[in-house]
Design a protein around this ligand. Sequence first.
Ligand SMILES: *Cc1c(COP(=O)(O)O)cnc(C)c1O
Length: 378
Amino acid sequence: MGVPLLDLKAHHEPLHKEIMAALEHTFQSNAFILGPAVEKLEERIATYCQAKYGIGVTSGTDALLLALMALGVGAGDEVMTSPYSFFATAGVVARLGAKPVLVDIDATTFNIDPSRIEHAITSKTKAIIPVHLYGQCADMAPIMELARRHNLSVIEDAAQAIGAEYRDGRRACSMGTVGCLSFFPSKNLGCLGDGGMAVTNDPGLAERMKILRVHGSQPKYYHKLIGGNFRLDTIQAAVLNVKLNYLDGWTKRRQENANRYQSLFQQSGLLQKGRVRLPEEIYRGSGVKHYHIYNQFVLRVDNRNDLIAHLKSKGIGSEIYYPVPFHLQECFRYLGYKEGDFPESERAANETIAIPIYPELTAAQQAEVVEAIASFYS
Ligand SMILES: *Cc1c(COP(=O)(O)O)cnc(C)c1O
């Protein structure tokens, strides 16, 4: 029958009327730039993330860019992150003329390995961007400790991790200097296009980001700073104000689906044979509810590329997040890295595959996915 990687039709169908009403309301208002819907969303998302301020922006990428701009990162500065993430994480650093400095990931979580950070800090280091990849927080305690000691800013790339909790119950975006969210449709809270938000507890930084979001103008047409147009569309905020009411329910279903995969893969014998390794939930059992919010459910597998072809022939959606680590990207050749520099990232890029985990996925569909994988290895 086939199973898609993501089913936005099934996701939005129950909300059809509510979303249409929000769109209609915005259309009738003829107020399309910022305004009450954006402000309401900013307050709600900040609260959801256990932080004080939210600044609605055009995309997750622009949230990262805006955060770096507000922190004054530019030419000559170094910003540290891991090589294994979506391109935007390092792209924004380079676009500002700063240098992305890469640090390998932890093999279990796929997140930046804190034990490798200090070694890479120089007098030029300005910030660290830990990515909470797939929906599980990076190990923030040692990262924040290093940042304090070396006077660095920390920008959480929480594009895949809205609401994810660290072992102490603190949520993504509340721990670093700034947290960045994406509302791209495939994220856990997605809008009907592009959108994002920068979240912070620092009032001065929040103010700076708000000004930079409108070309650095304050008051209107007087520019102390050079910013850009980074505004979140009012119509997207209106949709997100509806969808946010359902986010906890969706997260719960993603976690239930992850649990069901655990038992299905156990029963399949694939784990015992070492063909497949499941994601590990390292904060589970520490008393937090959102120990992993499963934006993606990512396996390590044997013979990955042939498995993908097999799944495709059975109509089962999968994806590689991400096939090429930053240090091997053509555009970053000038950074001088080479193959072998970040072995864990390279191994992850070669071994991993994301399978369907979306909230509307049924038990029967999950059984079909696991059977298809089992049939490949039998
Ligand atoms: C999606 C994503 C981004 C970029 O968000 P956009 O809204 O697509 O610009 C940045 N970092 C990570 C880890 C992401 O997954």
